[in-house]
Design a protein around this ligand. Structure first.
Ligand code: ATP
Length: 257
């Protein structure tokens, strides 16, 4: 991991029809680190991820990603520049196989035209082989080979979450945004997912920003924790620093969620 920020949010504010969801939030995420966003329900965590990948346009503030500053990031530019994400509610094609879902993560790496693809000529055949090879690599990495030809909708919830991670990884992201990757999982599934997230960081050097409610998981997994409450940042530091921050204890850690 190096200490160069890959992502810097500066004075980001966001409101929905006049109701403030995020107020003046600034923090940096270093290249290669795992940064957890925590905070009670409605604190603004998902909204912040949506600002980072350009789904929401902030009212104020600047996003600096990979050295370029902008007031907003457009979703397509975010994807092209290597920002991938998963969602709180799984966003997969339930009627498609695991492999086909993972292949959709490769779309941005497609260079052949639709005509070449339709007639399987020119660049299309070689490209299809390469896309398939990359998708299979990710499937192997996340140990979902046994289910690769099964329909995603038939898989248990924990596996579907892993397929969603596979699709995001297939895009070969530089910055991976994970919105509650362990929501609804049992302890064993959470341990497995934690291991896959750590393996992703180690194997590919991916920078990861994740939202997670399980404080034990957050403390074990992340090098950096940012705490939000009512749309404001109330903590920012290492897990150890955040754990003893009185504002955080009062607002979040001291309460049952
Ligand atoms: N599309 C929207 N339209 C209107 N209000 C919204 C919208 N999205 C979020 N909000 C509001 O913004 C605030 C922050 O919501 P957000 O979903 O970002 O919080 P969160 O910390 O991710 O919560 P949770 O842990 O429950 O997912 C909440 O008050 C929410 O009701």
């Amino acid at each position: 991991m190096n200490a160069t920020p890959l992502l810097q949010l500066e004075h980001i504010s966001l409101s929905f029809k006049g109701v403030k969801a995020i107020t003046d939030i600034s923090f940096s995420v270093n290249e290669g680190e795992i940064c957890a966003l925590i905070g009670p329900n409605g604190a603004g965590k998902s909204s912040l991820l949506n600002v980072i990948n350009g789904v929401y346009q902030p009212d104020q503030g600047t996003i600096c990603y990979a050295g370029a500053s902008r007031h907003r990031m457009r979703p397509h530019d975010a994807a092209v520049q290597g920002i991938a994400r998963t969602f709180q509610n799984i966003a997969l094609f339930k009627g498609m196989s695991v492999l086909d879902n993972v292949l959709t993560g490769r779309n941005l790496h497609q260079r052949s035209s639709w005509v070449e693809q339709a007639f399987n000529v020119g660049r299309a055949p070689d490209e299809a082989t390469e896309q398939r090879r990359k998708a299979e690599q990710v499937i192997e990495f996340l140990r979902i080979q046994p289910w690769r030809h099964q329909l995603v909708g038939n898989l248990p919830y924990g596996l579907q979450k892993r397929v969603e991670l596979a699709r995001a990884l297939a895009a070969e992201p530089r910055l991976l945004l994970l919105d509650e990757p362990m929501a609804g999982m049992n302890r064993q599934e959470k341990d497995d997912m934690s291991r896959f997230i750590l393996d992703t960081q180690r194997e590919f050097g991916t920078t990861i920003v994740l939202i997670e409610h399980d404080i034990g998981v957050v403390m074990n997994l992340s090098q950096h924790v940012v705490v939000l409450d009512y749309g404001k940042k109330i903590g920012d530091g290492t897990p150890e620093q955040v754990r003893v921050n009185p504002d955080v204890i009062a607002a979040y850690l001291g309460t049952t969620h």
